[in-house]
Write a protein that binds this ligand. Structure first.
Ligand code: MG
Length: 173
């Protein structure tokens, strides 16, 4: 079994009047992440980790923030599109591990829901998905609760062809 690893990172600023979505789950909070899409840092990190593992480019190539088609986009739907592409090419997820850096709110009560949502999007058992919350002591924006960040690492079984290059122009549909 050939394996490849991928890493992803993302960060977004928080602002009032926005829904907070993490891993495709709506989290009750007095502010939400600002982005061209819904600002879901967890899913954006996961997408980049998957694309990196498969050598299929990066989230900015797939879903340009200059493209109005992705304004306010549901990041869960973007992840579903990426994973559908990779799964069709034979890629299989071994496991996903994420760190979410957030000063507030406390994410522990929401971890199971986030894991279940991500596992559902990736068609794997919840046990293959890990999500860990961290606060951000001494990290400026993050510490002041003005932003959030996420890291993701994936291990995948190689599909074919491995490292097939960037996504098709205007991908995928
Ligand atoms: Mg992002």
């Amino acid at each position: 079994m050939a394996l490849r690893v991928g890493v992803g990172f993302d960060s977004h600023r928080l602002a009032p009047g926005r829904p907070l979505l993490l891993g495709g789950v709506r989290i009750p909070h007095d502010r939400g992440l600002v982005g061209h899409s819904d600002g879901d840092v967890v899913i954006h990190a996961v997408i980049d980790a998957l694309l990196g593992a498969a050598g299929r480019g990066n989230i900015g190539e797939w879903f340009p923030d200059t493209d109005e088609a992705f304004a306010g986009a549901d990041s869960a739907a973007l992840l579903a599109r990426v994973w559908e592409d990779l799964a069709q090419r034979g890629w299989r997820l071994v496991n996903l591990d994420c760190v979410v850096v957030a000063q507030r709110p406390r994410l522990t009560p929401h971890l199971r829901a986030i894991q279940e949502r991500l596992a559902g999007l990736l068609g794997c058992p919840r046990g293959n998905v890990s999500v860990k919350p961290k606060t951000a002591d001494a990290l400026g924006l993050l510490e002041r609760g003005e932003g959030m960040a996420a890291f993701a690492v994936v291990l995948v079984e190689v599909g074919e062809p491995a490292g097939a290059g960037p996504p098709p122009a205007g991908a995928p549909g």
